[in-house]
Design a protein around this ligand. Structure first.
Ligand SMILES: [Zn+2]
Length: 153
């Protein structure tokens, strides 16, 4: 029998299964809090026509795009260390995960979208606060009132 080319540890394969999924517990918690605040958004949606990437939350009128990035797959500085087994394979794998993130950010920015990336380790209440603040700021800016909102100077 041929050995299958799979990650070398149970932890790694569990991470692998988790990564592409939507509706992760941190996402669900953030969505519940935002919904309770009366905010409405599209979930797991394409933020731009012609951009073959999906975002976790898209606030259409506010032109705000939110990603909840998994610490492991998106190489969070606090938790994003690669497994020791097959280190080189993992380093390459993770690098190819992060590069499209930066490309997506650049494309969205040049299309006038604001991108908010939140690590999954951020407590959901804090994350929801960040998103709600960003929505308020974007709405104010788009309405021509940039001074309105929590970040007014
Ligand atoms: Zn993290």
């Amino acid at each position: 029998m041929q050995p299958s080319p799979k990650p070398s540890s149970e932890l790694a394969s569990r991470r692998m299964r988790n990564t592409r999924s939507r509706d992760t517990p941190p996402e669900l918690a953030i969505r519940r809090l935002l919904h309770a605040r009366g905010l409405r958004y599209r979930v797991d949606a394409r933020p731009l026509k012609g951009l073959n990437r999906k975002a976790d939350l898209v606030f259409g009128p506010a032109k705000l795009v939110v990603f909840v990035d998994g610490c492991f797959w998106h190489a969070c500085p606090e938790h994003g260390s690669a497994p020791k087994a097959n280190a080189q394979w993992w380093a390459e794998k993770l690098r190819t995960n992060v590069e499209p993130d930066r490309d997506t950010d650049a494309k969205l920015a040049s299309a006038g979208r604001t991108v908010l990336r939140i690590w999954e380790h951020v407590p959901s209440a804090t994350a929801a606060e960040l998103v709600a603040t960003a929505v308020a700021e974007r709405r104010a800016i788009l309405a021509g009132r940039p001074g309105v909102g929590p970040s007014s100077r």
